[in-house]
Design a protein around this ligand. Structure first.
Ligand code: HEC
Length: 463
């Protein structure tokens, strides 16, 4: 029948701790007080440490009960608890020390200061347990916090991936992150505006001062959603207008979740959420298109020299050491002109030789370019027999072979490439063969394959 006593006394811990703190600090101050010869403060000091010790013992017992009943983890409380025991022992120790002492000596002051230190550390750890370690620092201006080296981590919002978003759990992986990002600062266990905690499903379901905020299946009558779509100047609009506002996709997701029943473990697919709504939350893996190179940017002189030769050359992006080289205005370019590019071979990431007089023989040279990513050979006379060599360039992603004589087997010879993403084959024998062949799988995309000619009986194509 009296089971409630344990938890009750436990909950009194935050109040009880102030007794030993007050009494002991008083005792410590007295130790440093100027002592007059006739009126000694020793009896008061003894009493302070005796009462302080008893109070620390009581606070310790209640603290232990709170630890037992309130679900604190041992890891979090251990040093605080140890400090509490040390405080009580230290107080009694000092009481016995002063009982024997006739005057207050330096040693006594050092011991009293030691107890003061233990008390401060223990109290601070206790405060961190109840209010959180960032209790003081989180109210500081952000600039000051970062100056103090405190990392302010903004809430991230939902993080989904292209491959797995459909299996993501709607509540925990989408709705809760949205609430964390938009509502948590005011609706959390320590700061429950409107008596509402939105950091857990339990808190959300319990509702706020005006009752429940979620009516499963009925978004319009759920305050959780209804307040979001109120006009911004309505005083009930959430979040308050000066704060970050959820995006329309975020609001739509909250609405969908409520309509789908406000369940804890439904996946996005089960809730019938279309990709459109989650598009902004899908992590794009931002692999840069061109290789990352350590080559320093090219000098203006070298660039001018290339232009003098007739090439068009520019940086792939400002500050990069890599180049885009095209022969648009150099149709006479032939294999023997290759050496003009020798000084920049390591820099070429994009090479457009379309419409030039290059031959298959040059492909061997081209395949030596260490950063080549895009190669355009449109409208050239290359036969395609040497394409295997190009497939060895480890950075090559796109190759343009439009209006050339390449056929399907040439394209297939590119399959050994591990980096190739797309091959362009408009107006080639290859594209015709591909549009006819049914079961064909290549490790890259082929553009131009969908192209097909009307099937006329008389149709014969001669290349
Ligand atoms: C800047 C602080 C702040 C933020 C951020 C905030 N709220 Fe509130 N919220 C309040 C205050 C203050 C109240 C109490 C006054 C009131 O009811 O309007 C409240 C009340 C509510 C209530 C009514 C609770 C009840 O039962 O009375 C709901 C529902 C609510 N907020 C939802 C949200 C949602 C959802 C978000 C995030 C999208 C959010 N709030 C973000 C400050 C905030």
């Amino acid at each position: 029948m009296l089971e409630f006593l344990g938890p009750l006394v436990g909950r009194m811990h935050p109040i009880l701790v102030h007794l030993p703190i007050g009494i002991l600090i008083f005792g410590i101050i007295l130790c440093f007080f100027p002592q007059r010869e006739k009126i000694t403060l020793l009896p008061a000091i003894r009493l302070a440490f005796l009462l302080g010790g008893i109070a620390a013992l009581c606070a310790g017992i209640s603290g232990f009960l709170q630890y037992q009943f309130e679900g604190f983890s041992w890891e979090d409380v251990q040093i605080h608890l140890f400090g509490g025991v040390l405080t009580a022992l230290g107080s009694f120790g000092l009481f016995f020390h002063f009982r024997k002492a006739e005057t207050i000596q330096l040693k006594s002051k050092v011991l009293a200061s030691g107890l003061g230190l233990i008390l401060t550390v223990t109290g601070h750890l206790g405060g961190s347990l109840t209010h959180g370690a960032s209790y003081f620092t989180e109210v500081l201006p952000p600039e000051l916090q970062s100056f103090l080296g405190i990392e302010i981590q903004p809430e991230k919002g939902p993080q989904l991936t292209e491959e797995t978003w459909e299996e993501a759990v709607l509540y925990s992986e989408v709705i809760q992150p949205i609430l964390n990002q938009n509502c948590k600062s005011c609706h959390n266990p320590r700061n429950r505006k409107g008596e509402l905690d939105l950091t857990t499903l339990k808190g959300l379901i319990s509702g706020g001062e005006d009752g429940i905020i979620l009516t499963a299946g009925d978004a319009q009558h759920s305050e959780l959603f209804a307040r979001l779509i109120l006009p911004k100047d309505d005083e009930k609009h959430m979040p308050p207008s000066e704060k970050r506002q959820p995006s329309k996709e975020e609001i739509a997701l909250i609405e969908t979740w409520i309509k789908a029943g406000g369940k804890a473990d439904q996946t996005l697919a089960e809730a019938g959420i279309s990709r459109k709504f989650i598009e902004p939350f899908i992590q794009k893996n931002e692999v840069p298109f061109y290789p990352i190179s350590q080559i320093p940017a090219i000098s203006a002189d070298s660039l001018a020299q290339l232009k003098d030769h007739g090439f068009f050359a520019e940086l792939i992006e400002s500050g990069s050491g890599l180049l885009k080289v095209t022969c648009t205005n150099y149709p006479g370019f032939k294999d023997s002109d290759w050496e003009k590019l020798a000084p920049v071979k390591n820099r070429i990431a994009y090479l457009d030789l379309s419409g030039t007089r290059v031959s298959d023989a040059l492909l061997e040279e081209i395949s030596q370019l260490p950063n080549l990513t895009v190669l355009k050979l449109n409208g050239t006379t290359i036969s395609g027999n040497s394409l295997t060599q190009v497939a060895q360039v480890p950075t090559l992603k796109l190759i343009y072979l439009n209006q050339t004589a390449v056929n399907l087997s040439h394209i297939q010879s590119l399959s050994t490439s591990k980096s190739l993403e797309k091959v362009f084959t408009f107006d080639t024998p290859a594209s015709l063969e591909i549009s006819k062949s049914e079961k064909l799988s290549l490790p890259f995309l082929v553009e131009g394959a969908s192209y097909s000619l009307p099937k006329l009986p008389s149709d014969t194509i001669v290349y």
